[in-house]
Ligand binder design. Sequence first.
Ligand SMILES: [Zn+2]
Length: 316
Amino acid sequence: MPTSDPGTPVPAQSPTPSWQWPESVWRGHVEAVRAGRALTPARWPGGARAAVALSFDSDHETIPLRDGETSPGRLAQGEYGARVGAVRIRELLRRREVPATFFMPAVSALLHPDEARGYAEDGHEVAVHGWIHERNTLLAAEDERDLIRRALDTLTELTGSRPTGIRTPSWDFSDSTLGTILDLGFAYDSSLMADDEPYEVLADGRATGLVEIPVDWIRDDAPYFTMERYSSVRPHTRPRDVLEMWRDEFDEAYRSGGVFQLTLHPHVIGHRSRLVILRELLDHIGGHRDVWWATHAQLADAARAQLTGAPGEEGR
Ligand SMILES: [Zn+2]
């Protein structure tokens, strides 16, 4: 029996289990990236009572490509997002005269350059969403940085303006992500979940000036409507049940004078029975007075003003 098989990986030395960590270790992990000052103004621009920020992650084919799944069948599901979903969404937003932010992986933008340019021409914001929807927590720090930098340059070239915001693919955050975002000069991030309202990101307890527009799986279409073909994961939810949840999320944001932020995907929400609920949601929101519809960049600007705000305009 061979004692050494070069094909068998040597098990890494097992890390110290968490219950044996000294306080400096568990506290250090928590403090590395944390929510700081709340940045919700007393009143939104134009005297609005609440802010609404819609976002669409135009991932299209990059999800299967990222995983090395190159079968035409899988890629076609992403293609639907570009060919059908994004077209319907742009039309709906145009009719309602509502702005949105489109987070687009660079490979998706290179596959669909007219779409990326079209978002900008429609007056929407185009922002960074990785290179090929990579899993940044699996990457070396320099690779993660290189991909984000290339994504930034690619979108700048395609749309004619330099994105100011980033949403990490899958909202994953590595130990290096925050440092890279700060080094590359982004004005805001929209990948973290420590609040319902915008806040300043702290790095090891220090203020960074970076605005976080927080997200949450509750306000995302993917967990309700997507599935794994060859597993038992079938989380399909009735679209109208999802509409009810999102309406409640908006109503509570409106009642408290806060932000209603939504993350949607053209290849998910763009299907007929689902686009119906987006239309009805926009109807519901549109029936309220004093709502400020903002791109994520505009929302981040209003939030950032709280960092230097005059007395009486304190965040809450
Ligand atoms: Zn995505």
